[in-house]
Design a protein around this ligand. Structure first.
Ligand code: NAD
Ligand code: IMJ
Length: 258
């Protein structure tokens, strides 16, 4: 039976555990016939990612801390794919205190870290892997509504996501001539490790379920299926775009009166 990603190779970054959005994306890419490599941040994730790789039957795993250009180059050198068709960037980091203190207290260093890991890394990975996309390709990153609206506690991550979304547009313009499409999926809130310990996260989920047009929260599998679409030939006309996969939450202005 033909599948949407038959014959395609993909590199999926940002798998830390089974709850990671990148895990759901890797599983969906496998289901659709892609040959998948995973990258993980460091030794702390290695054992878990090895188990996940075995479970999913992916082609292989590689370590890559995106804070380091040398680590990115080494990962690309070790990637056995002669040709890469799809890259998924599912990485974000800000210092924890910057997600609880008032935004105006963000330090110069905390601002730089959030932007380096959460936005610049898309540029660095695109530059390093673009040359492997010899038949064109698709690059997809993960964003959040905090890029364009003020969300309590999201703070410097919101500013970094705004930069990430701008990077998507500039990269799309740069790489379009090489047949490489660049898009973001702006996902609704999902309980992952990156949401753990965030103040009032359950209230955020309840609020989305109450207000969103679909009257529910976002499932990682829905985000993954949209990532399949963008990586597949069905997405061939889409680049520079931010695709909201959020149960429709972002269209709402005022909630319907009871
Ligand atoms: P997660 O914690 O599972 O994934 C974040 C990943 O970033 C982890 O795998 C972590 O190892 C990786 N990472 C952090 N610093 C890194 C570094 N220096 N080098 C390499 N990797 C590094 O959480 P998630 O929710 O799956 O997050 C994935 C993406 O989805 C992030 O960009 C996040 O902003 C975005 N997102 C999440 C939600 C949500 O509600 N969970 C909503 C919208 C967008
Ligand atoms: C994160 C913080 C505040 C509010 C938040 C989130 N809301 C949502 C998230 C409403 C949905 C999750 N999200 C979209 C993220 O991008 C999270 C990024 C993140 C999370 C952590 C927690 C642990 C840590 N650093 C982090 N850096 C980035 O130390």
């Amino acid at each position: 039976m033909s599948a949407l990603l038959d014959g395609k190779s993909a590199l999926v970054t940002g798998v830390a555990n089974k709850w990671s959005i990148a895990y759901a994306i890797a599983a969906a890419f496998q289901r659709e016939g892609a040959k998948v490599y995973l990258t993980y941040q460091g030794e702390r994730q290695q054992r878990t990612v090895e188990d996940i790789a075995a479970d999913l039957g992916v082609a292989g795993i590689l370590q890559c801390d995106v804070a380091s250009d040398a680590a990115i180059d080494e990962m690309v050198a070790r990637l056995p794919f002669e040709r890469l068709d799809a890259l998924v960037h599912s990485i974000a980091f800000a210092n924890r205190e910057d997600l609880s203190n008032p935004f105006s207290q963000t330090s110069r260093e905390g601002f730089a870290t959030a932007h380096d890991i959460s936005a610049y890394s898309l540029v660095a990975l695109s530059r390093a892997l673009g040359p492997k996309m010899t038949a064109g390709g698709s690059i997809t990153t993960l964003s959040y509504l905090g890029a364009v609206r003020v969300i309590p506690n999201y703070n410097v991550m919101g500013v970094a996501k705004a930069a990430l979304e701008a990077c998507v547009r500039y990269l799309a313009s740069d790489l379009g001539a090489s047949g490489i499409r660049v898009n973001a999926i702006s996902a609704g809130p999902i309980k992952t490790a990156s949401a753990r310990g965030i103040k009032d996260f359950s209230k955020v989920l309840d609020g989305v379920a109450a207000v969103s047009p679909l009257k529910r929260t976002t499932d990682p599998a829905e985000v993954a299926d949209s990532a399949v679409f963008l990586a597949s030939d069905l997405g061939r006309g889409v680049t520079g775009n931010i695709l909201y996969v959020d149960a429709g939450f972002q269209v709402m202005g005022l909630q319907k009166p009871e």
